[in-house]
Design a protein around this ligand. Structure first.
Ligand SMILES: NC(=O)c1ccc[n+]([C@@H]2O[C@H](COP(=O)([O-])OP(=O)(O)OC[C@H]3O[C@@H](n4cnc5c(N)ncnc54)[C@H](OP(=O)(O)O)[C@@H]3O)[C@@H](O)[C@H]2O)c1
Length: 250
């Protein structure tokens, strides 16, 4: 297995894309810790499923917006396993609203959960990864980081911010054996897209060259590659995984 002896921390690992990433890393032999916000039932079910299958997986309830709590969980995981090889910053939320009606809470919730969390976790893992002279950091962006979408100014700002952050941090850490990349999913079948899928799934599919929505496994497979030893010469990239959605064909 590719990740035998490796350790990983995934944010937002209880549901959706993060859950798929936790499952994929564990199946490849990594020890995986994940954090979630409030859905303990989903987190416990995932830990039970993977533990029964013989994998090492632990869950921590941590609000990714809280820097002290983030520092503490990174310390706990690093001390328990002796190192942290892979960080996947996946936790994210949407609070869609046209700007004219967007509340300060909607703005702050999205920026703090999606972007400040990336600062929190990256800063916490940087020193241990630099000492180890090895690390793989993957940040979950979105096609919305590059393309305009009504009602998503907060979300697009957070994801565009992640893209810039990823490129800068990549230059800071490249000489230490640490790569920093982002994955930009298109429409993926998760709770986050349920409402829009319920009203416009057929319309959305028409605009995707692959003619289907993505599944968490589609994103997890890309993350697995960027988290692997084999991707060592790729850094500072934003990889679209969107069935061709952003190719701009007509
Ligand atoms: N789905 C898509 O089509 C799509 C497209 C592009 C990008 N993305 C990005 O992919 C990532 C995952 O999306 P998803 O669709 O899998 O979302 P999801 O199904 O709604 O799951 C979100 C996950 O993030 C966790 N989370 C949210 N706020 C948190 C906080 N403050 N602290 C800790 N954990 C928190 C949730 O924990 P609880 O279970 O406890 O709530 C859950 O595990 C996000 O960054 C999203 O922006 C998704």
């Amino acid at each position: 297995m590719k990740f035998e002896g490796r350790t990983a921390l995934v944010t937002g690992g209880s549901r959706g894309i993060g859950r798929g990433i936790v499952q994929a890393l564990a199946a490849q032999g990594a020890k995986v810790a994940f954090v979630y916000q409030s859905n303990s039932q989903a987190a416990e079910a995932l830990v039970a499923e993977l533990t029964q299958a013989g994998h090492t997986v632990v869950a921590h309830q941590v609000d990714v917006r809280n820097k002290e709590a983030v520092d503490a969980v990174v310390k706990t995981v690093t001390e328990a396993w002796g190192k942290l090889d892979v960080l996947v910053n996946n936790a994210g939320v949407i609070r869609d609203a046209l700007l004219a009606t967007m509340t300060p809470e909607q703005w702050r919730d999205v920026i703090d959960t999606n972007l400040t969390s990336v600062y929190n976790f990256c800063q916490a893992v940087t020193r241990p990864m630099m000492s180890a002279r090895y690390g793989r950091i993957i940040n979950m962006s979105s096609v919305a980081g590059e393309f305009g979408n009504k009602g998503q100014a907060n979300y697009a700002a957070s994801k565009g911010g992640i893209n810039g952050f990823t490129r800068c941090l990549a230059t800071e850490l490249a000489s230490r054996g640490i790569t920093v990349n982002a994955v930009a999913p298109g429409f993926i079948e998760t709770d986050m897209t349920e409402a829009v899928r319920n009203v416009a799934e057929a319309e959305i599919k028409k605009n995707i060259p692959a003619k289907r929505l993505g599944k968490p496994e589609d994103i997890a497979n890309a993350v697995l590659f960027l988290a692997s030893q084999e991707s060592s010469y790729i850094t500072g990239q934003v990889l679209s995984v969107d069935g061709g959605l952003t190719l701009g064909g007509f």
